[in-house]
Design a protein around this ligand. Structure first.
Ligand code: GLA
Length: 731
């Protein structure tokens, strides 16, 4: 549908209409941003107010848009400012909704009213500078357009050009407006440790819903992603406005509906415990807030996000490579690692076809339990009498790359690092320091701590042939004090910590271009587009129980690409005491970046035979899973059958994964209507282990999409994968 519609539009309106993604009309003072699937517009009113004008399906004619204008007061209780839809509202005058910027001046004055000053268009980027009506306090709004995926990144730089100090109390990246109206719905991801990214969908009513983290990191509880839909959207239809905030610290997204049927989404730094001083001449840049629109449902909203991540956000090296199959022994051995033990596992992993062998926690210092050693990043000589090199050489000889677990931001009180630098921990002087998992958190906002951590990781990456770090972060912040700086600077910790974290990652990648990094925080506690600029993948959840994973992965996929979703096959019974077959566990994990986290010493010959087959199959379908389009056909939230289909960009290859939870009354699972295929092409369709009804093995794309496929899934926790390949490939 989409490509036909776009094809027609491109011919009718000529290529010129699409050549430039940002146009400006000086007469009407309107900017129109055009993408392949959406348009976005804002304008300046005669008073100089920057107002949002449009966000929805594609427009091509700037003349159609009404010029921005000041609204009239409805009553003394309903000022016109409440109806103005300011693109970036300061807190000042009679404005009572969520502001984008709130400040206090040194003299106590807090009124801030922003007016347009100037703008600059540079290709796909636009800067609009606003300024207070009196003071030289500026906010430059940045826009970057990702034309092919229909997504705009917005963020702002706040500059204090006055000669007095100001304190920023709220600095948001953007306010987004849906068309005025009622009946919208909000989708968001919530959860907790080992139960991340659960999809919620609920009506939006008047008032405000706050999605946020006060934890210091992105958090397991809420993920900085939202989708607002017209109230009737499905996977394949309906208007959806969606977005994600690129910040790995305290973040906040508010979704409010005013009494005037206006839904607004505002996001940026969390305002909780926020106070960021700006001396004259100083500035603060907010995180980037990416958002897009589609009229083709939640499915396309996710596909656009996935493409944005793979094509534009990930580091270049990550973009160029598909994720390797990984082995990690954490769930098998926990802290009980040794050179010999790891070599034995490496031999077995290599036979399975594993490409990256990762040593998890326990390899360093006195780290025999989680009570000691964190912070002491020296190889434990008892566990690795020949250092790490002997193991690394062994792993490399087996044809695998080597990876290592680190948790650089943390320290156990029982460690040499803490004994040497108790002041490096964030703390309020003389107050208790809360331990979580027996560990403290280093104050990474300090530049000396930042440089120390960079030094540790740089040394490891320089001394050893390390291809990959699993960077973990196993606790939330507490007592976020920074006694070494002036009291009014101490709250900068929330922001500077994250900037220094990014700085280390950026420097590491620049110095070690082949190094890959996984972002992990006790599972999915640090999954966001901010850290994605520096990492190759995310650890999705410490919950590797395959049935739970179906829902965790469904939620994850709303916002994040399959390539980024690290997924392991582990032993049973696990987290829920549930046992599913090895095949089921493989098929669940094969929907992302496949890894094996099982104790291979306990595997039978049959397990190895199956594992080897599944890994070979994964390597065959990996380009489709990791680079293709995902279609969520049946949701584990609403069906006893879950089905996900991945289709290659050229539509020649697809793979369908099907899972049956619990068959009742001897019924067949629902018919599965495939999507995204070429209707005119003929495909060869093959289920692994023959779980497909019907005799013909070749069908047209039209038939597969219109008539669907009938899988044979029986009993409890049955599963299959169906390979769908353009038939001429076989001739
Ligand atoms: C966290 C991670 C796990 C594992 C342990 C090690 O919980 O999410 O995968 O690395 O730490 O301590």
């Amino acid at each position: 549908m989409r490509s036909v519609a776009l094809g027609l539009m491109a011919t009718v309106f000529s290529l010129q209409a699409f050549a430039q993604s940002i146009t400006y009309s000086p007469e009407k003072k309107i900017w129109l941003i055009k993408t392949a699937v959406s348009s976005y517009a804002m304008g300046v009113s005669p008073e100089g107010q920057l107002q949002h004008l449009y966000w929805g399906g594609p427009l091509w004619r700037i003349e159609d848009l009404p010029a921005a204008s000041k609204k009239n007061d409805i009553s003394s209780f309903d000022p016109g400012q409440m109806l103005d839809n300011e693109e970036y509202p300061g807190w000042g005058g009679p404005r009572y909704y969520e502001p984008a910027l709130k400040i206090t001046r040194a003299d106590g004055d807090r009124d801030l009213v922003l007016r347009y000053v100037s703008h600059q268009i540079r290709g796909d980027e636009l800067d609009i500078t606003l300024k207070d009506i009196r003071d030289d306090l500026e906010a430059t709004l940045h826009y970057r357009v990702y034309e092919d995926v229909g997504i705009i990144a917005r963020w702002s730089t706040i500059r204090n050009k006055t000669n007095q100090k100001i304190t920023i109390e709220s600095a948001q990246s953007a306010a987004w407006y849906m068309p005025r109206g009622d009946g919208y719905r909000l989708s968001y991801l919530s959860g907790r440790w080992a139960a991340e990214t659960q999809l919620n969908r609920e009506p939006i009513h008047e008032g405000m819903k706050v999605l946020e983290s006060r934890l210091g990191h992105t958090g397991h509880n809420l993920n900085p992603w939202f989708a607002v839909d017209s109230g009737d959207a499905l996977e394949e239809s309906g208007r959806v406005w969606f977005g994600a905030l690129a910040w790995s610290g305290n973040w906040r997204i508010t979704v409010e509906q005013t009494p005037y049927q206006q839904v607004r989404v505002t996001g940026g730094f969390n305002t909780f415990d926020f106070a960021y001083p700006l001396e004259p001449g100083q500035s603060l840049e907010t995180p980037q807030f990416y958002a897009g629109f589609t009229s083709e449902g939640f499915g396309e909203a996710s596909q656009l996000m996935h493409k944005l991540e793979r094509e534009y956000i990930q580091p270049l090296q990550a973009k160029a490579r598909l994720r390797p199959v990984l082995y990690n022994s954490w769930e098998a051995t926990e802290f009980n690692v040794s050179e010999e033990g790891q070599k034995t596992l490496a031999d077995k992993a290599a036979k399975l076809g594993v490409e990256l062998f990762v040593v998890d926690d326990g390899w360093f210092g006195a780290r025999n339990t989680d009570h000691a050693g964190l912070g002491d990043w020296v190889v434990n000589p008892k566990k690795f009498p020949h250092g790490l090199n002997s193991l690394i050489e062994h792993v490399n000889k087996l044809g695998m790359d080597f990876g290592l677990w680190v948790e650089p931001e943390m320290v156990n009180p029982d460690s040499n690092l803490y004994r040497a630098h108790p002041d490096w921990v964030m703390n309020f002087t003389g107050r208790p320091r809360s331990e979580l998992r027996n560990q403290f958190i280093l104050n990474l906002a300090r530049d000396d701590v930042r440089d120390y951590i960079f030094g540790v990781l740089d040394k490891l990456a320089s001394e050893y042939k390390i291809r990959y770090f699993k960077w973990d972060m196993n606790r939330t912040f507490s007592e976020p004090g920074w006694p070494d700086v002036a009291p009014d600077q101490q709250k900068e910790l929330w922001v500077k910590y994250v900037l220094n974290f990014y700085d280390i990652l950026a420097r590491l990648r620049a110095k070690h271009p082949n190094l890959e990094i996984e972002s992990c925080s006790g599972g999915g506690g640090r999954v966001d587009l901010g850290v994605l600029r520096y990492v190759d993948e995310f650890w999705t959840s410490d919950n590797t129980e395959a049935f739970d994973r179906l829902r965790i992965q469904e939620g994850f996929s709303q916002a994040y690409a399959a390539k980024l979703m690290s997924a392991w096959v582990t032993d049973v019974p696990n987290q829920n005491g549930r046992s599913t077959s090895l095949e089921y566990r493989f098929l669940v994990a094969m929907q992302g970046a496949l890894g094996v986290g099982a104790n291979l010493n306990k595997w039978t010959d049959d397990d190895f035979a199956l594992g080897t087959r599944m890994i070979a199959l994964y390597k065959q379908i990996r380009p489709v899973v990791q680079s293709g389009q995902l279609f969520r056909l049946l949701s584990p939230r609403t069906n006893d059958t879950t089905a996900n289909e991945y289709v290659s960009p050229d539509k020649n290859d697809a793979v369908l994964f099907g899972f049956r939870h619990s068959q009742e009354y001897n019924t067949a699972p629902p018919v599965i209507y495939l999507r995204g295929l070429n209707a005119r092409a003929v495909y060869r369709v093959e289920s692994i282990e023959g779980k497909l009804a019907g005799s013909t093995a070749e069908y047209s794309g039209a038939y597969l999409m219109q008539n669907g496929l009938q899988l044979v899934l029986k009993g409890d926790f049955d599963s299959t994968a169906v390979l769908i390949q353009a038939a001429d490939k076989h001739r």
